[in-house]
Design a protein. Structure first.
Length: 321
């Protein structure tokens, strides 16, 4: 396991855009260790900076909440694994746990109160992000093996299926009810944005695989993609992180990491996710806009510059829910 040091880096990524629109985005990256974890990843962050995610060790897979320097782990009663995948500005969390190797249940946790649920008629349910109204999105697998996204609003479940697609997963939503996720069709795996009844495909330019994992109230999205030639195996596959605004995509590969995944974004544009250096570590990426010199244009490439170094941090405190 990595020491309790933090990897503090400032990284410059250039926005992928058209000839008349180009600027750069500076990110300060902080990769952090989760106590007792062999593998960990951060899945969401709220506006107060509370972070949720998952970690694994010799005892299984567990959920964690990071609040400042304090880590709180959580295991649903009777579960064989538990994952936090979303947190809202009220501190309510969403995620999933398993009571058998083939049966996952979604949940909402509000303080000490855990509410488990399954989508009607499903075989297994995975809950991901939760907004401030307590609405939850995720996906479920039905008895015939079909994948469907869902929106849970109180006791009401609404299936989310991209028209014509046999496979749909919903991963993120904002307070306006806009939903993002992925779908599969004959041409591959694509991200999507759903606003009201309208689905818009989201594909990173030139990518063969795109996931959109989260969206904030400004409509900024976070996700991951694979290029042609990247390994296809999920365990070894190459993922590249991206954020997307109306202006275009910002793409980043963390220096020295075989994987960079943007998994959650808050309303300040702060992103969390996972890198592999080669240890799987969660990270926080804080954006700083930098004006680009006049006339500089980027045509579909990415510049990444490492300008900082490894720093040591105080030992994090750990508690249990």
């Amino acid at each position: 396991m990595r020491s309790n040091g933090i990897l503090l880096s400032t990284v410059l990524a250039l926005l992928l855009s058209g000839p008349s629109l180009a600027h750069s985005v500076m990110y300060t990256f902080i990769a952090f260790a989760v106590p007792d974890a062999a593998v960990a990843g951060a899945w969401d962050i709220n506006d107060a900076g509370q972070i949720v995610g998952t970690f694994s060790n010799g005892l299984g897979t567990h959920a964690f909440l990071k609040d400042g320097n304090t880590f709180t782990s959580f295991d649903a009663p009777g579960s064989i694994f538990t994952k936090y995948l979303g947190i809202n500005n009220l501190g309510q969390t969403a995620g999933l746990f398993a009571v058998s190797p083939v049966l996952d249940r979604g949940f909402i946790k509000d303080g000490p109160v855990l509410t488990a649920f399954n989508a009607p008629g499903d075989f297994t349910t995975n809950a991901f992000k939760i907004n401030d109204a307590g609405q939850v999105v995720g996906y479920y697998i039905d008895g015939s093996g079909g994948n469907h996204g869902f929106l849970k609003d109180g006791a009401t479940f609404t299936a989310i299926d991209v028209p014509g697609a046999p496979f749909t997963n919903a991963f993120g939503l904002n307070n306006a009810g806009d939903i993002v996720g992925r779908y599969q069709d004959a041409t591959g795996m694509h991200g999507f944005l759903k606003v009201g009844p309208l689905f818009t495909p989201i594909d990173f330019p030139g990518a063969v695989y795109t996931d959109v994992l989260d969206i904030n109230d400004a409509g900024e999205m976070a996700g991951r993609f694979r290029n042609v030639g990247d390994p296809l195996d999920f365990a070894d596959g190459r993922f590249h992180g991206f954020s997307k605004t109306a202006e275009g995509f910002t793409v980043l590969d963390f220096p020295g990491s075989s994987i960079t995944e943007f998994l959650g974004i808050n309303n300040k544009g702060v992103i969390v996710g996972q890198i592999n250096t080669p240890e799987a570590l969660p990270f926080i990426a804080v954006p700083v806009s930098v004006p680009e010199p006049s006339g500089f244009v980027l045509f579909g490439s990415t510049l990444v510059t490492l300008v900082a170094l490894v720093c040591m941090a105080s030992r994090p405190r750990r508690s249990r829910a």
